[in-house]
Design a protein around this ligand. Structure first.
Ligand code: ZN
Ligand code: MN
Length: 439
């Protein structure tokens, strides 16, 4: 019998890929840029600088909130969240507390507590300069729009949390609001974990503590860190000891979690409404417009692709990775249908031949697949033979060309293309023809 019940919630931060930062006009694209080159008085937190909210960031946060099934707020506001850390120049972060942009959603049967918008902090870099260890600060990231997605503590396993995070990443990318790249830090995961003692539980009451796990930069590490933490907590309880509310970091090398600090209570942040930004208010029409802008999510699309086109689940998963690719596939299926090409063949080709969809049009792809067999048989020899035949049979056009009529060459190219059923490369045909005619 299982004695302990893990209780897990997630907090996910996602950097929006807007052009400019959250409250100023500096570029938000900060990755691998020369430190402190994309800064201004606002994002450096200089006294007297006034923040102006980024409209696109607000709209994108609402879009994500809607995609996660949340209710979008009519009235919302920014709040100051106070704490001291070197990467936070103002001494507070502009975030949202009482009235987030979106609340109360459901995604993959997990309850979404809230989706709010805030600003990212600067970045500390610990380096060795000469023989000294120094900490440097890069403020390029300071003020980049950051969305925080908080779930209810609905997960009971590390694998459940991992698959949710994966789907969330895919959704964020699908909406085109963030790269959600864990390696670059544009998607960052935190997990809250506690373990309930089933034998003592009288109701569905949650444990009276939670451990917050930070420093997780891959799905795999998240799974490992949560599993480690569940085991650690169970052992503590097994020994008759109790657990404390704290923040722990995961060490990828030793594969264990280590205490970082005891967790502040919410009131320690001294939240209060941001006095420099007026409260936000939205009309129902505005919110409806945002909602209608959310196209079918990848998970739903995945299922409908499988059902509609009888393609394997695995193919559907690949084809719905980006909206661009899934749109491309749908288009190719439509065209393929007219040419008696089944969707599975197209899916197979796209998934296994790693086609560059930026270079080949859906029509071109269908042609490529249909001509796949013929094309390989269209050797240079065949092509030369076709050129010879065309030249032999179109004496008039050949004479015209030799008399200086360039347009005759185009006609001859067309004849060769027709003869090779469009499989030949027109440039190559033209080269071969002019060579032959100038002999
Ligand atoms: Zn700035
Ligand atoms: Mn946050």
């Amino acid at each position: 019998m299982i004695k302990y019940q893990p209780v897990i919630g997630l907090e996910v931060h996602v950097e929006l890929k807007t052009d400019s930062k959250m409250f100023c006009a500096c570029s938000a694209d900060h990755f691998a840029k020369k430190p402190n080159t994309q800064v201004c008085p606002v994002c450096l937190g200089l006294p007297g600088a006034l923040p102006v909210p980024n409209e696109k960031a607000i709209e994108w946060t609402q879009k994500l909130g809607a995609a996660l099934g949340c209710k979008l707020a009519i009235d919302s506001q920014f709040d100051r969240k106070h704490y001291f850390y070197p990467d936070l120049p103002k001494g507070y972060q502009i975030s949202q507390y009482q009235h987030p942009l979106a609340e109360g959603g459901k995604f993959q049967s997990v309850n979404i507590t809230r989706v709010h918008l805030e600003e990212d902090t600067g970045k500390l870099m610990h380096q060795k300069v000469g023989d000294k260890n120094v900490s440097l600060i890069d403020f390029n990231r300071s003020g980049v729009p950051l969305v925080e997605i908080v779930t209810d503590p609905d997960f009971s396993s590390a694998s459940g949390a991992k698959s949710f995070a994966r789907d969330l990443q895919q959704t964020v990318r699908h909406l085109g609001v963030s790269d959600a790249d864990m390696e670059k830090g544009s998607m960052r995961l935190e997990a809250n974990i506690s373990v309930g003692d089933k034998s003592q539980a009288t109701s569905d009451k949650l444990p009276n503590y939670k451990v917050e796990l930070k420093n997780i930069n891959s799905f795999r590490f998240m799974e490992a860190a949560i599993n480690y933490e569940i085991e650690r907590q169970e052992k503590v309880l097994e020994n008759g000891e109790s657990l404390i509310q704290e923040t722990r970091g995961y060490d990828e090398k030793t594969k264990i979690t280590k205490p970082q600090r005891t967790k502040e209570e919410a009131q320690d942040y001294r939240y209060f409404p941001e006095p420099d930004i007026p409260p936000l208010s939205f009309s129902n029409t505005q919110l409806e417009k945002v909602k209608s802008g959310v196209s079918e999510l990848p998970q739903g699309k995945r299922e409908s692709l499988v059902a509609e086109h009888k393609i394997p689940e695995m193919y559907a998963a690949v084809l719905t990775r980006t909206e661009e690719l899934s749109d491309y596939f749908s288009e190719a299926v439509k065209i393929g249908d007219k040419h008696g090409l089944v969707a599975k063949k197209i899916a197979d080709f796209l998934v296994n031949k790693k086609t560059d969809i930026k270079k080949v049009s859906p029509e071109g792809l269908v042609k490529m697949i249909k001509g796949d067999g013929e094309k390989s048989s269209l050797s240079d020899k065949h092509l030369e033979k076709a050129v010879e035949d065309v030249v032999g049979k179109n004496k008039g056009a050949v004479a015209d060309y030799k008399a200086g009529k360039e347009v005759a060459l185009k006609f001859l190219v067309g004849q060769v293309m027709a003869k090779t059923k469009g499989q030949a490369n027109p440039r190559k045909v033209q080269d071969l023809l002019s060579k032959k005619l100038n002999e």
